[in-house]
Design a binder for this molecule. Structure first.
Ligand SMILES: *Cc1c(COP(=O)(O)O)cnc(C)c1O
Length: 407
């Protein structure tokens, strides 16, 4: 196969432009200096974002914060777990997830993840028996684990589920939005996610006490909570009563979002459906082409899952360690950097690098997956021709690697 040399290798780290509509809102904020979310009596950009986001997902309440990591931390704090409570998390996730557990004075318990990047349900069920107080399901790279089985197991034991949906905005499960299945769903606005503010996060829930607790701890000091309103499904009474219950009883961590971030995010919301559709179309096109090659395997989604990908993950098949490294080097030389989670130095998604944890377990199944799972960003703006360039680079790189081995 010859490379499409007339088309430049696309820059997979360049995102979508921020819509022009953000400029007017930012300009108004620059004029007024009104960057703090609680200065305006109502309708601050952060408050409007919360209402719009909750409505988008079909949740009663939303709280915008400084990052998804902050949202995860506040979610754990809102559950009021005792010190050293055990929180079950997948062994394949971003280091922010075990970090949020440590930050909340809890102990992360890691479970195995299979070669389709989804939680191994047998290991999950077994570890759930071991004194688990809460669960964080991290939909890593937007891959959804079996939420039906997870909710049945956790509901039976009354164990709360937090969804780390940082990279899953727009994904559905049986048509239901990911992030609204567990008790709380957390999302990220970091630049590599579907909505980009550089930094930022938001949580959604239907539980008035949980949202009241997170609002206060996020930094709604004194009566600033009065500026938080339900988006739907509560005339305001349930939320007000919850705030009254928690007034002055919780520490403040000040993890608020600034109006500037909200002004950058809000005009992107109307673009989400288009981004999700383009991302899925691009992903599935590349997946089909890679799956035609004997040495690549893109695992299929689970049946109830409709994905919203902005990257692709695939496993290398029948390559030894030296060939895997040669493949990674060959792709980099051609301008498309493939990250193999377990083989790049200090990778934050390889559990053995979470050395801030005591008693790091061995997870042989997760480790085996990480040692051959490749990660390539596929920004949703890429054209078919640009996708072809990426596929050809991947295919040519693996064939060069195999030819070297045969020589
Ligand atoms: C990006 C990401 C996070 C962290 O989000 P921040 O907003 O950067 O804190 C957590 N979990 C997953 C799965 C992510 O993709």
């Amino acid at each position: 196969m010859s490379e499409t040399s007339s088309v430049a290798v696309p820059n997979v780290h360049q995102g979508e432009p921020i819509p022009d509509a953000a400029r007017a809102a930012i300009d108004a904020l620059m004029q007024s200096g009104d960057l703090f979310r609680y200065t305006a009596p109502q309708d601050a950009p952060v408050s409007l974002l919360e209402t719009e986001f909750a409505e988008l997902l079909g949740a009663k309440y939303a709280l915008a914060v400084s990052s998804c990591s902050a949202a995860l931390f506040l979610s754990l704090k809102a559950l009021d777990l005792p010190r050293d409570a055990r929180v079950l998390i997948p062994g394949f996730t971003f280091a922010a997830v075990p970090s949020s557990v440590v930050h909340a004075d809890c102990v992360p318990v890691l479970c195995e993840v299979g070669e389709n990047y989804r939680i191994n349900m047998e290991d999950f069920a077994a570890k759930l028996e071991d004194d688990i107080a809460a669960v964080i399901i991290s939909h890593m790279r937007g891959h959804t684990s079996d939420m039906d089985a997870i909710m049945v197991l956790c509901d039976a034991k009354g164990i709360p589920v937090i969804e780390d949906a940082a990279h899953s905005l727009g994904t559905t499960w049986h048509g239901r939005n990911i992030g609204t299945i567990g008790k709380i769903g957390c999302f990220s606005f970091q630049s590599y996610k579907m909505l980009n503010a550089g930094e930022g996060g938001i949580l959604v829930t239907n539980d008035a006490d949980l949202v009241a607790r997170t609002v206060i701890m996020s930094g709604a000091y004194e009566h600033n909570w009065q500026k938080h309103k339900p988006a739907r499904g509560d005339n305001g009474t349930a939320l007000e009563e919850a705030f009254a219950r928690w007034q002055n009883l919780l520490p403040l961590y000040n993890l608020r979002m600034s109006n500037l971030s909200a002004a950058v995010i809000r005009p992107q919301i109307p673009e989400l459906a288009r981004r999700v559709a383009d991302g899925l179309k691009n992903h599935d096109y590349v997946a089909d082409r890679l799956n035609q090659h004997a040495h690549f395997h893109v695992p299929a989604p689970l049946a109830p899952e409709r994905r919203a990908p902005d990257s692709i993950q695939f496993n290398l098949v029948d390559l030894d360690d030296a060939q895997i490294d040669a493949f990674a080097a060959a792709t980099a030389a051609r301008g498309v950097k493939v990250q193999i989670f377990g083989r790049s130095t200090d990778n934050a998604r390889a559990f053995w690098n979470w050395r801030f944890l005591k008693d790091l377990p061995d997870l042989p199944e997760t480790r085996a997956m990480l040692m051959k799972a490749c990660d390539v960003r596929l920004p949703v703006r890429l054209t078919r021709t640009e996708l072809d360039v990426i596929v050809e680079i991947l295919v040519n790189s693996v064939e060069e690697t195999l030819a070297l081995a045969a020589a």
